[in-house]
Design a protein around this ligand. Structure first.
Ligand code: AMP
Length: 281
């Protein structure tokens, strides 16, 4: 595995792979790997000749007062794990490589970016879309892999790719969970043991919602209320939002029908956690 700290270095790797007509799979990340990240890499490994990942804690997608400075980092451990799943190249730029002085170009995926998490994290998806487009231009992947855990991010990227006719196929990958149901996240390290236990109400409430839908409850408001009530019964968990919306455009729905995203965000101690399920009915 080669580790590239500069755009020039990763471009040299990409040119060589392209010259050999190798297909390139790409997994962008902020590092501090868990099984969720590794599942994206394994999937990409199995579907492409060359596998490139990036590790970059993107300052542009963090708002003032958010956890950019505290975000967990362990680049040596990440590189060892990447090596194990047979990554070919890891791109690990620093912020000045990605945003040199004078940088002033941004991508705004309007509409999709203002909903759900966007209401609580203004500018977040602008930062995500901008860095992902830059990374796509640098790595020129045939396929790029994104977790459904970040469903809104996935939709924003899919929309950007469609709208800007980018020659990359976006592959969604299912959420990987801990054995007790908690969605894996680098931010789970912020939780102490009490908070970790309390946070289980998030996945449990979504599971209950799925059961209720399968039992025939298709009134979206009732489903959302069920989730909200369960979460509000857990004093350590502070719900930011829970919403049922169309997967396509993230517009709220009244009836569970078609492809529906049931998404939530909550604060538990110092952590802001998100989780969701995608229902096809
Ligand atoms: P991050 O490093 O948190 O920005 O995540 C990098 C990629 O891994 C994104 O596409 C995420 O959606 C994906 N990811 C994060 N957590 C999980 C998970 N629990 N299961 C599947 N994919 C995940």
């Amino acid at each position: 595995m080669v580790v590239c700290r500069t755009i020039k270095e990763i471009r040299a790797f990409v040119s060589e792979a392209r010259a050999e007509r190798a297909s390139i799979g790409f997994v962008p990340t902020m590092g501090y790997f868990h099984e969720g990240h590794l599942s994206l890499m394994r999937r990409a490994r199995s579907e492409n000749d060359a596998l490139v990942i990036s590790i970059f804690v993107n300052p542009m997608q963090f708002g003032p007062g958010e956890d950019f400075a505290q975000y967990p980092r362990d680049i040596q451990r990440d590189l060892a794990l990447a090596e194990k799943v047979e990554v070919d190249a890891a791109f690990t730029p620093d912020a000045s490589e990605m945003y040199p002085e004078g940088y002033c170009t941004y991508i705004e995926v309007e509409g999709l970016s203002d909903k759900l998490c966007g209401r609580f994290r203004p500018g977040h998806f602008k930062g995500v879309a901008t860095v992902v487009l830059k990374l796509f231009n640098i790595v020129q992947p045939d396929r790029a892999y994104f977790g459904q855990k970040d469903a809104q991010q996935l939709r924003v990227i899919q929309r950007m790719v469609e709208d800007l006719n980018l020659p990359v196929y976006v592959v969604p990958v299912p959420t990987v969970r801990e054995p007790d149901g908690l969605a894996m996240s680098s931010r789970n390290v912020y939780l102490d043991s009490e908070e970790r236990r309390a946070a289980l109400v998030l996945s449990r409430s979504l599971l209950e919602a799925r059961r209720a839908i399968e039992a025939g409850e298709l009134d979206a408001r009732k489903i959302v209320d069920l989730v909200r009530r369960m979460i509000q019964s857990e004093p350590l968990v502070h719900l930011e939002y829970v919403e049922a919306c169309r997967f396509e455009d993230l517009e709220p729905v009244e009836v569970i029908s078609g492809k529906v995203l049931l998404a939530l965000a909550a604060r538990v101690g110092k952590a802001r956690l998100i989780d969701n399920i995608i229902i096809s009915h």
